[in-house]
Design a protein around this ligand. Structure first.
Ligand code: GTP
Ligand code: MG
Length: 287
């Protein structure tokens, strides 16, 4: 039975898109995030020798043996990112739900240790929950001679800066692929130790149901001034929104009255063809 429908509800919703990835790549601009994600997944991230080549998160699925995980490049972070500098707030938000972070340092930067501190400070200021999640610290661009020459010294300084949360420092070259497989192995190992993101943990608003309620009032037929008044929530609802001028609708109404036993009650009450039946505010003729 085609009905005009009951009164609906109007709501205003603010929706926030957050990417879901197992691993988030955190780094300053130009550190080599896109190079890494392109090297180990099918993601096509633009690579170029200038900062902010990537301005939207890039997701890639990395296959390692029989396991796989989703890696996300978060656009480069600057000092003040947690306060929104360089769209930092926007970028950090996307990385919030990752289970593990790979903190990539540019081996060619003036001071990778300082970069490490800066990024972590921004992460801490943005979200303490995010700051507590595990990180793998990685120095990139190992193929460059000056980076290789400073490797041991840099490693020692970084270990000192990382302190208690140290998982060691990993060196790689995203460009040549040196050390990339080992890093992927480390990521798989680290993820295996971490709880899976539980979708049930995400707060969900109470679902809204607008299904018709079950009839609660007792159904009855009364005769008032020659009119058969049907007291039935279900039938009243059915007729209130139906076009009772339509013969097909009347036919369906008739079937429903037969099915529910209402027709028998009307007949028992003595109804005859031509009499009026009233459902709430709607009158129809018995035929
Ligand atoms: N020599 C060398 N260059 C690299 C390596 N990885 C990346 N690069 C270069 O560094 C520059 C930046 O690389 P991207 O991969 O675009 O860096 P990104 O971190 O994604 O940069 P943004 O998206 O701009 O934040 C490019 O010129 C790369 O070719 C590496 O391992 N060795
Ligand atoms: Mg990039």
């Amino acid at each position: 039975m085609a009905q005009r429908g009951e009164k609906g509800e109007r709501v205003v919703l603010f929706l926030e898109l957050k990417m879901l990835a197992d691993v988030g790549l955190l780094a300053k601009p130009n550190a080599g995030k896109s190079t890494l994600i392109s090297m180990c997944s099918a993601a096509k991230a633009k690579i170029a020798d200038y900062p902010f080549t990537t301005v939207e998160p890039v997701l890639g699925v990395v296959q390692v043996g029989l396991s796989d995980f989703v890696m996300m490049e978060v656009p480069g972070l600057l000092e003040g990112a947690s306060e929104g500098v360089g769209l930092g707030h926007e970028f950090l938000r996307h990385a919030e739900r990752a289970r593990l972070y790979v903190h990539i340092l540019d081996g060619l930067s003036d001071d990778p240790v300082e970069d490490y501190r800066m990024i972590n400070k921004e992460v801490e200021q943005f979200s303490s929950e995010m700051a507590e999640k595990p990180q793998l610290v990685v120095v990139n661009k190992l193929d460059v001679t000056e980076v290789r020459e400073q490797k041991d010294e840099l490693e020692a300084r970084l270990l000192e800066a990382i302190g208690h949360r140290s998982n060691g420092v990993h060196f790689m070259s995203a460009a040549t692929g040196e050390g990339v497989d080992t890093l992927m192995g480390k990521i798989v190992g680290a993820l295996a130790e971490l709880p899976k993101e539980n979708v049930d943990d995400v707060p969900v608003a109470e679902p809204m149901h607008s299904r018709p309620q079950q009839a609660t009032r007792r159904e009855e037929v009364r005769r008032e001034n020659g009119v058969y008044v049907v007291v039935s929530e279900a039938m009243e609802r059915l007729t209130a929104f139906a076009d009772t001028r339509d013969q097909r609708v009347l036919l369906q109404l008739w079937r429903e009255m037969r099915r529910s036993g209402m027709a028998d009650r009307l007949i028992d009450a003595g109804i005859e063809a031509g009499d009026t039946i009233r459902f709430g505010k709607v009158d129809i003729e018995w035929f």
